[in-house]
Write a protein that binds this ligand. Structure first.
Ligand code: GLC
Ligand code: CA
Length: 587
């Protein structure tokens, strides 16, 4: 057994996935094996030894299903096929094997709120009003304004800007899509549709040996099917923010329990991590993650990703300056809510839908970026819950340079906001909106995380020998795996060390009770993790200035376990310094 392998404690309460470190792979951008400029599964297989050496226990593979790729594979046209550019079903089976061979596991992304409009189910559904799959999606007649103009059946604004309804000429009705018009929403109220989802999207892959799923958009499957209009918050517009119309709908817990009973439970301790949006009440979150509820193993509460985003859906990409106390409240809330319950939580600060953590929460200036990457690593490894790393986070990859033009941005969501802003500028509605959106995209765009992985300093960073589908970061010669593997002081080496420490002190870091010490301080973040009389003290400086180390008095009986500086000063935290102290004995 490798030193990093997950300890399986057969108590039924410490499931294998609780202590796992899970690493998210975005297949298009990880490793290209055949020079077509797109990452692929054989490329990923070639890097499994690398992930193993990092200390990763589980690979989460973002969608690799067949897809027209309007939303980078979150628009699935066939759950039982792999996108040819990524490989084949056999390649995924080889990947399962490659992971299992090293004591690692593989989980897939389960995208079952919607399909692609190219999925055969939707093709049938749209073919006629009396097709037997008509009701597998949501079709509604139009409504008309006082002048007889046709309007969508409700006023909902979707995630990618624009209405959630698209008109279908052929059958003269609208269909619902929370995301792009190429992503029609499945109607989970239809039992035959649910059964087909379970068979095709879930069982098909469990039968191939995958160990679980990250469950996309997990609380949006149950809609208020009478489709009432959303309250009008912007009188200038027909479409209105409406997420409450589809998040945590009336039958959502029933659906998730059914999926658990019928498709997951029979396969043993399958892990599920739900992407849970718009659910601020911890008591409600517990309904999803309590072990006795038998729905999901854990969820991502997305608040940390929303730091710096505009307050409303329309303003998502208008950057909003934030304070450290905001991050502290978020972390405290989602670290603490499971204490004393049978639920479980997650720890993450990056994924494929957000900018890079160093650029957002630390500093990506050359003199600080490594320090900030390590400081954030200390914060993450000390957190209770299952830990998630996103590809490139382990080498401190940073956001794309601010001077990249919008053409380098490929994501359908960011482009939707940009184009909407352009229309508002052209119409004289909001002359500065385009600049404000571009500024926000420079910090927050989903594209930042989707730049190709930086493996080495050869042309195209060792990601591909061909033309990469997305531009490489200008700094790949300075920030790459190869350089960091041979540097004892690198961000990568630091992550290896602290991931090992996380396992060594698992009772404190993975299972400990969280308590914040300096809530009102806007510069430093100090917290305690404790369990059975032992404790760890974590002190983090989020600024580029020295800060007083206000908790120094506590450290008398503790030892310094790890720091991102070699020359720590007792009374002061240096720029972006992070330290963890540990009590060796019970106190
Ligand atoms: C989730 C995914 C995101 C995708 C959306 C629609 O939020 O993380 O990338 O665009 O679902 O499937
Ligand atoms: Ca390829």
């Amino acid at each position: 057994m490798s030193p990093h392998a997950v300890q399986i404690v057969p108590t039924g309460t410490n499931n294998w996935w609780k202590e796992a470190t899970i690493y998210q792979v975005y297949p298009a951008s990880f490793k290209d094996s055949n020079g077509d400029g797109w990452g692929d599964i054989p490329g990923l297989i070639s890097k499994i030894p690398y992930l193993h050496s990092l200390g990763v226990d589980v690979v989460w593979l973002s969608p690799m299903y067949d897809s027209p790729m309007h939303d980078m594979g979150y628009d699935v046209s066939d759950y039982e096929k792999v996108l040819p550019a990524y490989g084949t079903v056999e390649d995924v089976e080889k990947l399962v094997h490659a992971c299992h061979e090293r004591g690692m596991k593989l989980i897939l992304d389960l995208v079952i709120n919607h399909t692609s409009d190219q999925h055969k189910w939707f093709q049938e559904s749209r073919s006629s009003k009396d097709n037997d799959k008509r009701d597998w999606y949501f079709w509604r007649p139009p409504r008309y304004d006082a002048y007889g103009n046709r309007l969508p059946p409700t006023n909902y604004r979707g995630y990618f800007a624009g209405s959630t309804w698209t008109w279908d000429e052929h059958t003269q009705e609208y269909y619902l899509h929370l995301y792009a018009k190429e992503q029609p929403d499945l109607n989970w109220d239809n039992p035959a549709a649910r059964k087909a989802i379970y068979d095709s999207a879930v069982r098909f892959w469990l039968d191939k040996g995958v160990d679980g799923f990250r469950v996309d958009t997990v609380n949006k499957y149950s809609k208020h099917t009478s489709f009432p209009d959303a309250p009008i918050t912007d009188p200038k517009s027909y479409i209105q923010p409406a997420i409450q119309m589809w998040c945590n709908g009336p039958r959502i817990h029933e659906f998730l329990r059914e999926m658990y009973d019928e498709t997951l439970q029979p396969y043993g301790d399958v892990v599920t991590i739900g992407e849970l949006a718009n659910t601020p009440d911890p008591q409600h979150v517990l309904k999803y993650v309590s072990a006795s509820a038998k729905q999901l193993s854990m969820v991502f509460h997305l608040d940390i990703g929303h730091i710096g985003m505009g307050d409303s859906l329309e303003d998502k990409y208008i950057f909003r300056p934030w304070k450290l106390t905001e991050m502290k409240s978020i972390v405290t809330k989602w670290q603490s809510f499971i204490e004393g319950t049978d639920g479980w939580t997650t720890a993450f600060c990056e994924n494929h839908d957000n900018g890079r953590s160093v650029s957002r929460f630390g500093s990506d200036a050359p003199e600080y970026r490594e320090r900030s990457a390590k400081m954030l690593a200390l914060m993450m490894v000390a957190m209770t819950g299952t830990l998630f790393l996103y590809q490139g986070q382990e080498i401190g990859m940073i956001n794309a340079p601010r001077d990249w033009p919008v053409d380098e941005y490929k994501d359908i969501e960011g482009r939707g906001y940009y184009e909407e802003a352009q229309r508002q500028v052209d119409a004289g509605i909001d002359p500065t909106r385009k600049d404000r959106i571009m500024n926000g995209l420079g910090i927050l765009a989903r594209d930042h995380a989707r730049l190709p992985m930086q493996w080495d300093d050869t042309p195209h960073a060792g990601f591909t020998t061909g033309t990469p589908w997305m531009r490489l970061h200008d700094l790949y010669k300075e920030i790459n795996v190869q350089q960091q593997e041979s540097d004892a002081d690198s961000v990568l080496t630091f992550w290896k060390t602290v991931l090992r420490l996380r396992k060594e002190y698992r009772e404190l870091f993975i299972h400990g009770a969280f308590e914040i010490l300096d809530f009102d301080n806007q510069n430093t973040f100090c917290f305690i993790k404790s369990r059975e009389g032992r404790m760890a003290l974590v002190a983090l400086n989020f600024t580029s200035e020295e800060q007083p180390f206000t908790q120094v008095a506590m450290t008398g009986k503790m030892k310094l376990l790890v720091s991102n500086y070699t020359d720590t000063l007792s009374e002061e935290l240096q720029p972006f310094e992070g330290r963890i102290y540990i009590s060796e004995e019970q106190i």
